[in-house]
Design a protein around this ligand. Structure first.
Ligand code: HEC
Ligand SMILES: [Cu+2]
Length: 338
C-alpha cells in the first residue's frame, strides 16, 4: 500500500520534472531556430485566419527574424508606431524581415494591403521583453481631459452658402490670435462651429457676414497646421481610411457597403455589433460640430463596435494629428489650393 503511494508520488514528480525541462528545452530550441533562420509567419485573409502566429516574442536588442509567407492573396507587413517600411508579401514568395526593438513593450503588426473587407482586422502583437519593463507613462489623450464623449451626436445647425476658404479668411486681416480662447489648445478643443460663434460674438465679428466668419474659421485651421502635416495626413488617409470613408471623404469607399452590410441598421452583423455607415467628412452639419480633439480621439480609440477601427497602436501621435488636419480639407479650402 505504502510503497505504491510512494511510487505514484515519484512518478508524478518525474512527470513534473520532464514537463519543466521539456518546456524550457522547447523554448530554447525555438529561440535558437528563430535566431538562426527566423520564424515562419503565415498571412491569410482575416476570414481565413489572419496571421499565424498572432503573438511574437523577442527580447530588447535581439533580432526578430521573420519569414513572411502568404497563403492566399497579396498582403503587407508593417509594425505600428515604427518607421520600418512596409514589406509586401506576395503569394509563392518568402519575404524576410529582421526587426530589432530598443524599447520593451507591446507592439502591433498589421497588414498594409487591402486584402478584403476585414483587412484592417489583420493585426498581431509583438511582445518585446526588457530587463526593466516600465509601463509607458503617456499623457491622457485630449478627448479624455476635455471630457468629450466620442459617441455623442454633434450635429450643428449650419447652412453654408459657399465653401469656407482659408485664403479669403487670411485676406480679411482679422486678428484672432490675441484672443486667448483662440490659442492652439482651444483650437483643438473647440469645434469649428464653436469658433464661429465665438468670432461672431466679438465686437469686430458683428461687422462680418456669416460666410466671412466661416472663412476666418478656415484660416484658423490653416494657421494651426503645415503643408507637410497635410500631405502626411493625405498619404495615410489614402492608405488606411479611403477604403471606407472614400477618396473624396464622402463615406462611400469600396468597403463602405460591406462595412454597412445590406442588413437593416439595427441588426447585428457577423462582427456581432451594430453596423453604421462610415462618416461623410464632406457633410458640414456633422463635421463642423466636431472639435479636432474629438476626431483625434475617435481615430485613436476607434468606434468600439461601429465598424470604425482603432488606430492608436498603429500610428504615432504626430501621424494621428496629421490625419486630423487633413480631414478638414474636406470642409475648408486651404490657402495654397484655390
Ligand atoms: C472598416 C471601415 C473604416 C475604416 C478603414 C476607417 N473608418 Fe472611420 N469610421 C468608420 C465608421 C463605420 C464610422 C462611423 C461610426 C463611428 O463614428 O464610430 C467611422 C467614423 C470615423 C470618425 C468619426 C467622425 C465623427 O464625427 O465623430 C472619424 C474621425 C474617422 N472615422 C476617421 C477615420 C480615419 C482617419 C481612418 C483611417 C486612419 C478611418 N476612419 C478608417 C469606418 C471606417
Ligand atoms: Cu490586408
Amino acid at each position: 500500500m505504502a510503497t505504491r503511494r510512494i511510487r505514484a508520488e515519484w512518478i508524478a514528480r518525474m512527470l513534473v520534472l520532464v514537463l519543466v525541462f521539456g518546456l524550457s528545452a522547447m523554448a530554447l530550441a525555438s529561440r535558437w531556430i528563430n535566431r538562426s533562420q527566423g520564424i515562419d509567419v503565415h498571412a491569410r485573409m482575416p476570414e481565413a485566419g489572419g496571421w499565424s502566429p498572432t503573438i511574437l516574442n523577442v527580447d530588447v536588442g535581439e533580432p526578430l527574424n521573420l519569414r513572411l509567407i502568404s497563403d492566399d492573396v497579396v498582403h503587407g507587413f508593417a509594425v505600428g508606431q515604427s518607421n520600418q517600411p512596409p514589406v509586401d508579401i506576395l503569394p509563392g514568395k518568402v519575404a524576410e524581415v529582421s526587426l530589432t526593438f530598443d524599447d520593451p513593450g507591446t507592439y502591433t503588426f498589421f497588414c498594409t494591403r487591402w486584402c478584403g473587407p476585414n483587412h484592417w482586422r489583420m493585426r498581431g502583437t509583438i511582445e518585446v521583453n526588457g530587463p526593466l519593463d516600465i509601463p509607458e507613462t503617456s499623457d491622457p489623450p485630449p478627448y479624455l481631459t476635455l471630457g468629450i464623449d466620442l459617441d455623442s451626436p454633434h450635429e450643428v445647425p449650419v447652412d453654408l452658402v459657399r465653401r469656407p476658404s482659408a485664403k479669403r479668411g487670411a485676406a480679411l486681416d482679422f486678428d484672432i490670435s490675441e484672443e486667448d480662447y483662440l490659442t492652439h489648445d482651444h483650437y483643438l478643443s473647440l469645434s469649428p462651429y464653436d469658433t464661429w460663434l465665438a468670432v461672431k460674438g466679438l465686437p469686430e465679428g458683428s461687422q462680418l457676414s456669416d460666410s466671412e466668419i466661416w472663412d476666418i474659421v478656415a484660416w484658423r485651421w490653416a494657421s494651426n497646421t503645415t503643408s507637410e502635416a497635410i500631405s502626411t495626413g493625405e498619404e495615410l488617409y489614402a492608405q488606411n481610411c479611403a477604403a471606407c470613408h472614400g477618396q473624396t471623404g464622402k463615406g462611400n469607399g469600396v468597403f463602405a457597403r460591406l462595412v454597412e452590410g445590406d442588413t437593416p441598421a439595427d441588426s447585428s452583423s457577423d462582427f456581432g455589433h451594430k453596423i453604421v455607415a462610415p462618416t461623410d467628412f464632406t457633410d458640414p452639419i456633422h463635421m463642423l460640430g466636431a472639435a479636432p480633439a474629438r476626431l483625434h480621439g475617435k481615430i485613436l480609440r476607434g468606434g468600439m463596435g461601429t465598424g470604425m477601427p482603432s488606430w492608436g497602436q498603429i500610428f504615432t501621435e504626430d501621424q494621428i494629428w496629421a490625419i486630423v488636419d487633413y480631414l478638414w480639407t474636406f470642409q475648408f479650402l486651404n490657402t495654397n489650393k484655390e
